[in-house]
Design a protein around this ligand. Structure first.
Ligand code: SF4
Length: 162
């Protein structure tokens, strides 16, 4: 199973924000730099999506950006990824609407794949964002190179997926 590139980046954003002291925001420019020179437009879209989920709060104006709206312990990864992935089911018959595969009525593979998909999310639900915050151990500050500053191996432009 593979998560969307935008989901991967959204979690990276949350990890960087989670590294900041409570109440302190990171600007979009800083986030873009920390994430290896990501497009600001792409980041804006991801931040808007995270804000819509209630996970971050946005800060307007010059130097504006985002900060965590909840504590890292409250962000359960399975629930987060499930929301960010929306209708990206492993196979179409695992979608909420059941899909339109003509083999669905008698298909014995369906249950196996849908169970595997559920197991993926259940496994992630065993963890929260707080479990993804090893950055303090590296003495990271928002102005130092981030361990996550390597360009994402997945092509990132083309954010529109819905
Ligand atoms: S073949 Fe089976 S598992 Fe694949 S989409 Fe159709 S119903 Fe689902």
């Amino acid at each position: 199973m593979r998560v969307l590139a935008s989901t991967d980046i959204a979690i990276r954003v949350l990890m960087l924000l989670g590294h900041e002291p409570p109440g302190r925001h990171l600007s979009v420019d800083t986030l873009a730099r920390q994430l290896g020179g990501l497009s600001r437009n792409h980041l804006h879209k991801i931040i808007r999506e995270l804000a819509a989920l209630g996970v971050v709060r946005t800060v307007r104006g010059a130097g504006g950006g985002a900060l965590l709206a909840v504590s890292p312990e409250e962000v359960r990864l399975g629930a987060l990824v499930r929301r960010l992935e929306a209708d990206q089911a492993l196979v179409e018959c695992c979608r909420a609407d059941g899909g339109h595969c003509v083999l669905t009525p008698g298909c014995r593979l369906r249950g196996m794949l849908c169970d595997a998909q559920d197991s993926f999310y259940d496994s992630l639900d065993q963890h929260t964002l707080a479990d993804c915050l090893p950055l303090a151990a590296a003495g990271l500050t928002s102005e130092r190179p981030s361990p996550m500053s390597k360009p994402c191996p997945t092509p990132l432009p083309a954010p529109a997926r819905r």
